[in-house]
Design a binder for this molecule. Structure first.
Ligand SMILES: Nc1ncnc2c1ncn2[C@@H]1O[C@H](COP(=O)(O)OP(=O)(O)OP(=O)(O)O)[C@@H](O)[C@H]1O
Length: 219
């Protein structure tokens, strides 16, 4: 599966946020998306998902235009920056909804066994995020959008999720954005930076310095 989004034009109240954006993501690769606060990363993921309608965009799947909203198909799952599930949903119910394997989850994270009947609102921020990432990654959907998945996660959980993403990328097309850019750099096979409304393909850390995303001599 190859997903491309091209010619994205997004304005909010007449202010240009994204212009001429192009991004390509393919199965077997993790596509990273970086950019400073407010540059439009979340907006771009919402546009791909279909929950935000820009002035212009073209989505292509395997070179063919896809004109419906992607979320209306079973192809895609999106982890938003903010909580994915309502506070009163029980964790086990979310596993049923996403057709994800509870047994696999608790064998990876035995400490969650006691949470099966607990509601999302009762979990800590990190416990909630970990559960959400696992659910999204273990769903049958082929396209996965992850908006700041590492927020709230402790180093050990970040390591486990990194391994999970590396394993799952062989079955899925994954686009990921996070401010923990070193993790994104380590994980990403392809990397884009949004800067001054445009997307830039990044070849390595020095490009990030060139575009002033990070300070000079950070590497
Ligand atoms: N519903 C909205 N109405 C008006 N402006 C908005 C709306 N949503 C986002 N914006 C503005 O659009 C710009 C891009 O926002 P977006 O959330 O996509 O950025 P981001 O790169 O994900 O930021 P961050 O890294 O801080 O989460 C910001 O300037 C934001 O204030």
């Amino acid at each position: 599966m190859k997903l491309e989004i091209d010619n994205v034009e997004l304005n909010y109240s007449g202010k240009k946020i994204l212009s001429g954006i192009y991004l390509k993501a393919e199965k077997g690769q993790i596509t990273g998306l970086l950019g400073s606060n407010g540059c439009g990363k979340s907006s771009l993921l919402k546009i791909i998902f279909g929950s935000l309608k820009p002035k212009n965009k073209l989505i292509k799947i395997n070179n063919n235009p896809f004109l419906k909203r992607l979320y209306t198909s079973k192809k895609i799952k999106y982890l938003p920056q903010h909580p994915l599930f309502p506070k009163d949903l029980k964790i086990r119910q979310a596993f049923l909804l996403f057709e994800a394997e509870w047994e696999m989850f608790i064998s990876a994270f035995p400490e969650f066994k006691k949470h099966s009947e607990v509601r999302f609102g009762k979990l800590s921020g990190g416990e909630r995020r970990l559960t959400e990432i696992f659910l999204v990654m273990n769903s049958y959907s082929e396209i996965i959008l992850l908006d700041e998945p590492f927020t709230h996660l402790s180093p050990l959980y970040i390591e486990i999720i990194t391994d999970l993403l590396q394993k799952e990328k062989h079955q899925k097309t994954i686009i990921l954005t996070d401010h923990l850019y070193r993790h994104v750099l380590d994980l990403a096979d392809n990397l884009y930076l949004i800067k001054d409304r445009h997307s830039h393909l990044i070849k390595g850390p020095t490009d990030l310095e060139k575009y002033n995303y990070i300070a000079a001599n950070s590497f």
